[in-house]
Design a protein around this ligand. Structure first.
Ligand SMILES: [Zn+2]
Length: 301
């Protein structure tokens, strides 16, 4: 059965004109239920991230100061959220959601988190709406728990480079980081992933998909991962306010289909976190994210 991590706590009230589209975390599950892609049974409420699991990836001092709201102003500013206990609690629940997803991925082949994809969170700092790196945390939990998972691929197709993830795993031979992103986009100082594919502004479906269909099979064949994380950010859409690329809704869905399909064909368990999506048209964000869930149902169940 398709299992999806979600809790009402994912929806945190921000001031009205805040540019983070918090409302999508309410609208995606609503859409999936309304159209019948999912029933209530598909959703599960994750617990809260434990300190033990957090510290497999993050610095103890940073983590504790984050949880106690003791970050300096200089540390808080790049994160871009008004900090509060509830917001950190939300972040911890989302990270735990990605960990719990992994069990379902091992059982059913795929699972998704309605949120997550906080790939700009580094070992000891956060930025760009990311405080704790959910997929990095879950990858390190998987590696530590002795279930035979020892080669993990993180496919990051959010339009922004997964700089935190790349940095966290830069010296790891157990985790391969693959990032497709806009060359002229944030972060302007890029980290080195194991493989970075950069795109010029306005890159279209055909060019993007050609690159994906070339590089992803090559990486899977060479690295032979036995678990895959996919960050399916939809800020690659042409009308995204922050994206700069030129993908259509159809191209974005084709992208997801290719990733899900290759994991299914190779029998590699797959966890998916949502990542960014900042289109001026909220309907497009919801449609593009919903496509990822529809494909998971269609291809795996
Ligand atoms: Zn992004």
């Amino acid at each position: 059965m398709l299992k999806i991590a979600f809790d009402r706590n994912y929806i945190y009230p921000l001031e009205k004109d805040h540019r983070f589209p918090m409302v999508k975390y309410e609208l995606i599950p609503e859409q999936l239920l309304r159209e019948g892609t999912c029933t209530e049974d598909n959703f599960f409420i994750p617990k809260i991230l434990s300190e033990d699991d957090a510290l497999k990836t993050h610095d103890k001092s940073y983590y504790n100061r984050l949880c106690n709201l003791n970050l300096t102003k200089k540390e808080e500013r790049p994160i871009g959220f008004p900090m509060s206990k509830e917001l950190v609690y939300r972040e911890r629940r989302i990270a735990r959601g990605t960990i719990e997803c992994c069990d379902f991925s091992l059982k059913y082949g795929v699972s998704l988190n309605i949120a997550g994809g906080t790939h700009h969170a580094f070992y000891d700092r956060g930025e760009a709406f990311c405080m704790l790196n959910d997929q990095a945390i879950a990858a390190n939990v998987l590696l530590a728990n002795g279930r035979g998972i020892d080669k993990i691929l993180i496919i990051d197709l959010d339009v922004h480079q997964g700089n935190g993830t790349a940095s966290i795993f830069k010296n790891s031979s157990d985790v391969f980081t693959l990032s497709f992103h806009g060359k002229n986009n944030y972060p302007f100082r890029k980290e080195s992933s194991d493989l970075d594919i950069e795109f010029d502004d306005d890159t279209d479906d055909d060019f993007y998909l050609k690159k994906l269909k070339k590089h992803l099979p090559e990486v899977i064949e060479k690295f032979e991962p036995n678990f895959i994380f996919y960050l399916s950010g939809v800020d690659v859409l042409s009308n995204d306010k922050l994206g700069k690329l030129g993908l259509s809704l159809r191209g974005c869905k084709e992208r997801d289909r290719f990733v899900l399909d290759i994991c299914k064909k190779n029998k590699i368990p797959l966890q998916i976190s949502m990542g960014g999506g900042y289109s001026s048209n909220l309907k497009d964000i919801i449609e593009a994210h919903s496509n990822t869930f529809r494909l998971a149902q269609e291809l795996f169940f």
